[in-house]
Structure formats: structure tokens, C-alpha cells
Write a protein that binds this ligand. Structure first.
Ligand SMILES: *[C@@H]1O[C@H](CO)[C@@H](O)[C@H](O)[C@H]1NC(C)=O
Ligand SMILES: *[C@@H]1O[C@H](CO)[C@@H](O)[C@H](O)[C@H]1NC(C)=O
Ligand SMILES: *[C@@H]1O[C@H](CO)[C@@H](O)[C@H](O)[C@H]1NC(C)=O
Ligand SMILES: *[C@@H]1O[C@H](CO)[C@@H](O)[C@H](O)[C@H]1NC(C)=O
Length: 179
């Protein structure tokens, strides 16, 4: 590509990043549901607002079936248009294989990196204790979503379905807006 072409691309991407920096991420709702209490249950799962700038998400899933082999995670991204419609991603991975090699799925790697520092989940299998996400702050998510991977404005839903032997035992839905 010519130098001119590269400059134009740089200018466009800079403009794009300036525009995107003004966008805002907000968690709007959270739904954690345990479908099979033999496998485990949510002790809590909530969105807390300390003040205007400090809001966070926490959740704890108490694992009853220990260890839990062959856990699959299905991630579906939804965008609200007229009701929520699947948008861009519908991915299923084997949780243990993914944890051993996060690079195998760049989208899930990005999502995992968005909360792993606030969780106890970054270790290899088996998972034999409660799964916890503690005080994942909105400011951190704002940075991740709007500056590292710009997502267009809108209302979104990240849905995670956890299954074991083809049956879904738990689900988490994270609703957020980018404005
Ligand atoms: C959460 O999701 C479950 C399962 O889809 C649904 O039955 C329940 O009504 C939802 N809870 C809330 C508070 O929306
Ligand atoms: C919001 O709460 C956090 C934690 O208590 C505090 O550190 C921060 O200064 C508060 N911010 C504002 C704008 O009050
Ligand atoms: C996600 O993909 C699976 C496998 O291709 C499919 O069965 C399922 O219906 C899809 N889910 C949605 C919400 O599109
Ligand atoms: C998980 O832990 C490993 C080893 O401590 C570290 O290298 C890696 O960056 C961590 N991954 C995430 C997504 O936090």
C-alpha cells in the first residue's frame, strides 16, 4: 500500500478511536439461573451501584457436583432490535480445553480476560471449588469494550449456557448498553 493510503487509514482509525472513546458502557441487568441444583446453584449474582462512577458485578456459583468434567460453555451474543436477535457470535467450547489454550478462541479469550482478574476461574481443570466473580467494575469494562474492541452503540446481551452431558445446568445473562 502507498504511504498516502497508510496515512489515510491511520487518520480514519484515529478518528474512529476518538469517536469511540466517548462511548459508554453500562451494565443494565443480570440474570443467573441454575437449572439443575444437583450440579450447583447461585449463591448470589448482582449488580451494585456504589455511586455514579463505581458500579460492579459480583456472582458466586456453588458447585455441588465435584469435580465437574466435560463442561461445555455456549456463548451467544444478542443485540436488541425488535426484541433480542443473535448477533455475530454463537460459540460453543469445552471449558477445560479452552482454559488450557485460550488462544484457540479469540472471542472467548477476550471475554475471559475481561473478568478473569476479578474471578477465581483462571486455573486449569478440574474445577472443584465455588466459581466466583467479585466486584468486576464497570469502569474496567468501559475501557475494554469501548477502547480495546469498539462495539457499535446499542443494547446487548451476552448469554452463557453451561452444559454437562448435553443438558444445560446453568445460565447467565449479562445485559448492557453501549451509548
Ligand atoms: C431469569 O431467567 C430465567 C430463565 O430463563 C427466567 O425463568 C427468570 O424469569 C429470569 N428472571 C428474571 C428476574 O428476569
Ligand atoms: C465512589 O466510590 C468509590 C469507592 O467507595 C470511591 O473510591 C470513589 O471516590 C467514589 N467516587 C465518587 C465520585 O464519589
Ligand atoms: C447456536 O448454534 C447452535 C449450533 O449451531 C444452534 O443449534 C443454536 O440454535 C444457535 N443458537 C441461536 C440462539 O442462534
Ligand atoms: C491466567 O493465568 C496465567 C498464569 O498465571 C497468566 O499467564 C494469564 O495471563 C492469565 N490469563 C488471564 C486471562 O487472566
Amino acid at each position: 500500500m502507498s504511504a498516502k493510503g497508510i496515512n489515510l487509514m491511520l487518520a480514519i482509525s484515529m478518528l474512529y478511536s476518538i469517536m469511540e472513546t466517548n462511548s459508554r458502557f453500562e451494565f443494565t441487568n443480570l440474570n443467573c439461573t441454575a437449572f439443575d441444583l444437583r450440579v450447583g446453584e447461585f449463591e448470589y449474582c448482582n449488580l451494585k451501584s456504589i455511586n455514579r462512577s463505581y458500579k460492579y458485578v459480583s456472582g458466586k456459583y456453588k458447585l455441588h457436583q465435584i469435580p465437574l468434567p466435560n463442561m461445555k460453555v455456549n456463548f451467544i451474543m444478542w443485540k436488541r432490535l425488535n426484541g433480542y436477535r443473535p448477533f455475530l457470535y454463537n460459540i460453543t467450547v469445552d471449558a477445560c480445553k479452552f482454559i488450557e489454550n485460550p488462544k484457540s478462541n479469540p472471542v472467548l479469550k477476550y471475554i475471559f480476560e475481561s473478568f478473569s482478574a476479578y474471578s477465581n476461574m483462571n486455573h486449569s481443570c478440574p474445577y472443584s471449588s465455588d466459581l466466583i466473580v467479585e466486584r468486576l467494575p464497570i469502569g474496567f469494562m468501559n475501557h475494554r469494550v469501548t477502547e480495546i474492541l469498539p462495539i457499535p452503540e446499542g443494547n446487548y446481551l451476552f448469554e452463557f449456557r453451561f452444559s454437562h452431558r448435553k443438558s444445560i445446568f446453568a445460565g447467565t445473562r449479562v445485559y448492557f448498553t453501549i451509548s
